[in-house]
Design a binder for this molecule. Structure first.
Ligand code: AMP
Length: 195
């Protein structure tokens, strides 16, 4: 199994690239943001609880997102070549839980691909996405900046967690969508031989 994590701050292009990589490498795309937005749309109890955090630009509690990922891993179609995780893990306890879940299935994370984008570009992209998609957490500049702060405090330390496992690779996330896609694909190709 080619299990990968697409890592990076909000607005770094994880969602866009994950959809394209999923097609090229026949992967299952698991985005906790998408799963949470679907729960909100269906007005489930979990969705209503999560909305409060998302609208404030804060992370949803670990137990909620870990539970969602566990359910998806148990249900998923065994024909896929691997999984691309997008927006998960976002904290060290989430990463530890994911390692444990994948260890049980004997298919660990092969690589963590980190998109590097400067803060002003991140804010610009989130505000543009807010206008196009209507996402409430993208529409307000203060909330967008708060999400970057939340990322720096809680998510960025994961880089060291995966560096210690020799799985962390940084990719320039500031070019065109196509050029970034090629950079990411090249990194994944290096691992395919080892699948
Ligand atoms: P995203 O679509 O990945 O940018 O996620 C949108 C929002 O959903 C985030 O700002 C968080 O509030 C919440 N969220 C998504 N994934 C996670 C996660 N792994 N842990 C905690 N909160 C998350």
């Amino acid at each position: 199994m080619l299990n990968l994590i697409l890592f990076g701050p909000p607005g770094s292009g994880k969602g866009t690239q994950a959809v394209n990589l999923k097609e090229r490498f026949h992967l299952l795309h698991l985005s906790t943001g998408d799963l949470l937005r679907s729960e909100i749309k269906q007005e489930t109890k979990l969705g209503l609880e999560a909305k409060h955090y998302i609208d404030a630009g804060k992370l949803v509690p670990d137990a909620v997102v870990i539970g969602m990922i566990k359910d998806k891993l148990d249900q998923h179609d065994k024909d896929v070549k691997g999984i691309i995780f997008d927006g998960f893990p976002r904290t060290v306890p989430q990463a530890e839980a994911l390692d444990k879940l994948l260890e049980e299935k004997k298919c660990p994370i092969k690589k963590v691909l980190a998109l590097k984008v400067n803060d002003e570009e991140l804010v610009r992209r989130m505000l543009t996405r807010g206008i196009i998609s209507g996402r409430s957490d993208d529409a307000d500049e203060n909330i967008s900046r708060g999400r970057i702060t939340e990322y720096n405090h809680k998510t960025a330390p994961l880089a060291d967690y995966y560096k210690a496992q020799h799985k962390f690779v940084e990719v320039d996330g500031e070019g065109s969508i196509e050029s970034i896609f090629e950079l990411l694909s090249k990194e994944i190709e290096k691992n395919k031989v080892a699948v």
